[in-house]
Ligand binder design. Structure first.
Ligand code: IMP
Length: 427
């Protein structure tokens, strides 16, 4: 298979980092197309344990070309720190490229993200405060500054002067905050530009040429479908398209180039930040899942909200993405439970619904309708073939396939590369 997209099927943190790191063994290129440093893709491999915020998770394979596409909003300071940390641990980054069209996260985006969250009070979205929303706002408002602009210092100064004047008005008059110094921001970003210069390219050309050659290209999604700006639980969403469709404008790739779309699903549900989550558990079961799986945000350290598998949300996710296969992660976490629950519909006002609603006010009134299935209560972390799994785990997987509507290609039973059951070849 040539071009394979790997997309979060739920509310993010499904384990995309491990899947990309693993599949990169057979890939020529890995390209990130959305989000920014709000992402925290956890990778555990022979180099150690990493939380990747901006650099694609294919970077551990030195021959793989890694692309940060134009759809990503890039905080250059975070990226440079991430690169330094990778180098200090022996990871090469000579094959990394950044789109000249990628919008930059600027210091005012970081400030505004926090100030806006504080102003929302009890209605705060629980953002990661990495400046993501404000950076995407500027992109759409045509006030954004793109990576390529750092390479022409004179023009950059002119643009920054114009934009910063407006931002300082907002910072001072709306929020009573201190203005930012043009000189300081300019100097810092010129320095970042110089350090990033060797990486900046017209990456859409590289992606298209790779696809044309028939190279094996992985499209690395970030966040998850239920955090998508259009189809997630708006307004408790991120600020870009997290579904497979976002990979086309996010990389400059034609949709006809995509051969396979893998949905990464956790065997249960987690969510970090505010917003409705119908299957959330507030009891010791939720607590046990959180502690067993160490469900704490990779970017912010916040405890993740945990619950049973939400089949209604996952059906929507499958419909939006057209998944051709599933990468099911963290199945091992459930191997201590005598019984498991799957949410197959919602009850609201005495009615049963099986479609995920668009209104969050409505969603907040929905109660999960449970299907109870038997758990295996036996350690599955050593399973390497589907048939190594106990019958209860196999039937749980089969039931999830029915609900999501496509076959499982891969099952992850632990964080390490080898703790994986490859059911079908993906790339
Ligand atoms: P933002 O993307 O920082 O603006 O945050 C918006 C919402 O998306 C918040 O609920 C965040 O917790 C959530 N979010 C953003 N990135 C991730 C991620 O990589 N994993 C899980 N949740 C995320």
């Amino acid at each position: 298979m040539s071009v394979v997209a790997v997309i979060g099927g739920q509310w993010g943190d499904e384990g995309k980092g491990k899947i990309i790191d693993l599949l990169s063994e057979r890939a020529n290129m890995v390209a990130r197309f959305s989000g920014g440093s709000n992402a925290g893709h956890t990778v555990l491999n022979p180099y150690g344990e990493f939380r990747m915020h901006l650099v694609p998770s294919g970077i551990f394979h030195p021959e793989v070309v890694c692309i940060i596409g134009n759809g990503v909003v890039l905080d250059p300071k975070t990226l440079l720190e991430e690169l330094e940390s990778l180098h200090s641990r022996g990871v090469e980054t000579k094959n990394l490229y950044i789109s000249d069209r990628a919008h930059l996260v600027m210091p005012y985006h970081l400030l505004l993200d926090s100030l806006e969250e504080e102003a929302r009070g009890g209605g705060a979205l629980g953002t990661t405060r990495k400046g993501i929303g404000p950076a995407f706002v500027d992109k759409v408002q045509r006030l954004g500054i793109r990576a390529g602009e750092l390479l022409d210092k004179e023009n950059f100064l002119e643009r920054l002067h114009f934009v910063l004047e407006q931002k300082n008005l907002i910072l001072t008059r709306v929020y009573g905050a201190k203005p930012l110094s043009l000189e300081e921001v300019y100097q810092d970003y010129c320095q970042y530009g110089e350090r990033l210069r060797p990486f900046i390219r017209e990456t859409e050309v590289m992606v298209e040429e790779a696809a044309q050659r028939g190279d094996r290209v992985l499209l690395e999604g970030s966040q998850g479908t239920m955090l998508d700006i259009d189809f997630g639980t708006y307004p408790y969403v991120t600020s870009c398209s997290a579904i497979v469709g976002g990979s086309c404008p996010g990389l400059g790739l034609s949709p006809i180039r995509i051969d396979r779309i893998i949905g990464v699903f956790k065997a249960y549900t987690t969510r970090v930040g505010a917003g409705p989550m119908p299957t959330e558990l507030f009891d010791e079961t939720g607590e046990l899942i959180r502690e067993r799986a160490h469900e704490y945000g990779a970017t912010t350290g916040r405890p993740r909200r945990c619950g049973w598998f939400d089949g209604v949300a996952c059906r929507l996710s499958s419909q939006l993405n057209g998944f051709t296969g599933i990468a099911l992660t963290r199945l091992d976490i459930l191997d201590v439970f005598p019984s498991l629950k799957i949410c197959t519909g919602y009850k609201v006002d005495g009615e049963t619904i099986t479609r995920f609603p668009s209104s969050i006010a409505f969603l907040e009134r929905c109660q999960p309708l449970w299907e109870e299935v038997e758990g295996g209560e036996c350690d599955i972390s050593g399973a390497r073939q589907f048939d190594d799994l106990p019958p209860q785990a196999r039937s749980y997987v089969r039931r999830l396939e029915e609900i999501i509507g496509c076959p499982v290609d891969l099952i992850s039973v632990g964080p390490r590369r080898e703790e994986t059951i490859m059911v079908r070849e993906i790339i």
